[in-house]
Design a protein around this ligand. Sequence first.
Ligand code: EPU
Length: 432
Amino acid sequence: MATIRIHGGNPLYGDVNISGSKNATLPLLAASLLVKGHTVIENVPRIDDIHAMIAMLRALGAKCDFVQDTTLSIDATAISSVSAPYNLVRKMRGSFYVAGALLGRFGEAEVPLPGGCVIGSRPVDFHIQGFKALGAVVQERHGVMHARADKLTGDHIIMDSRYRSVGATVNIMLAAVLAEGVTVIENASREPEVTCCQHFLREAGADIRGVGTDIIVVRGVDELHDATFYSIPDRMEAGTFLAACGAARGELTVRSVIPSHLTAVLSTLQKAGLTVENGPDWVRIAATGRPRAFEVTTAPYPGFPTDLQPNASVLGAVAVGTSIVHETIFDARFNYVDELNRMGADIQLKDSVAIIRGVPRLSGAPVEATDIRAGSALVLAGLAADGYTEIAGAEFLDRGYDGFADKLRSIGVTITSSREAAHNGSRNVWLR
Ligand code: EPU
């Protein structure tokens, strides 16, 4: 298990350049399988989930290489398999996106069912209902989804309005772009990551209307063509750094961001009494004292993102007064709370609501991350705490945050990483 160690209690100062979005770029890589040709994706984050998706594309027969630091070239002309290997799907749920793309292009996909996850039950029933509506015969055998269709035909698909599933919207869209006729997806996700995929598909020749709305209309085309596309910045990474500054104090500017993607996040930070201003592609936050208590409820975009809910709890943990954080998307996304309480936080859970009585200071402790966003919350808590915090399960951070330790160092954080130490050949893992 990888571990990082943070020395907390110091304010953060400086600028952080935000990398490309994990959750926007994963669908782009899957979508490239629909192009019988060459795709270039720019602003690709160098994180483990992207490396796992690249391994998936290669396993299916695509050629896939970084031609520059963050520019990925994909040639999916010759795909040799429609079966996704279990060891890659197991690593990351986002790899289930290859199902829609393979079904759309080849009329066939065999993809292991991704199963449960520590943040809650994460079924793929909406994805499968969508594939069936387009005419696929879908069977689940021995934990694998087999989808087949002689021909996919557009249909009117009404998704569950309570969830507006990101993954199902993308997967159905991928299956529909080469189908015959018109597919309408109602109650679609409006997350920027979904909109990004729509823009990419249009760039490659797909006919998609209603971009960025909850009613998407896809008119099937015969084929897609070569495309070059720049992925969007990661709003979760930006939100993480902003919340970090809110919790640890200081003044921080996140750059290369799209502030309109962060509207709900910025308004929550302002409710917490933090000073926030923004320009066309940057957001600055200043925090001189403790935040004040706030209430926030997670919701599909444009609401407050569930992926930043754990970070909001850390802000509440050091705020003056009692904050309320309500989770509505995933049924088990408070698994970091016991760890925060071990660091001196006072958080009580009542079903899907966290009641957080702010304390003046957290205290560093050994803790363990169980998923990507729980990991980032523990980092934030470590930054706001006295003394050292040692976070086990730091490999989750490498799945989702590009160069996290280096970026934190650049704004004044003392942080050491067992992975970096091992990479540098140090026998003293902590380089104390
Ligand atoms: N749902 C179903 N059936 C389905 C699909 C979803 O019941 O077939 C439910 C889920 O159980 C959940 C809700 O619908 O309660 C929303 O799930 P959604 O499908 O929107 O989530 P996802 O596509 O599996 C993506 C992100 C998550 C992010 C959620 C919500 C990727 C690879 N993952 O997951 O990101 O939390 O949307 O915004 O894009 C992360 O990055 O750490 C992460 C977990």
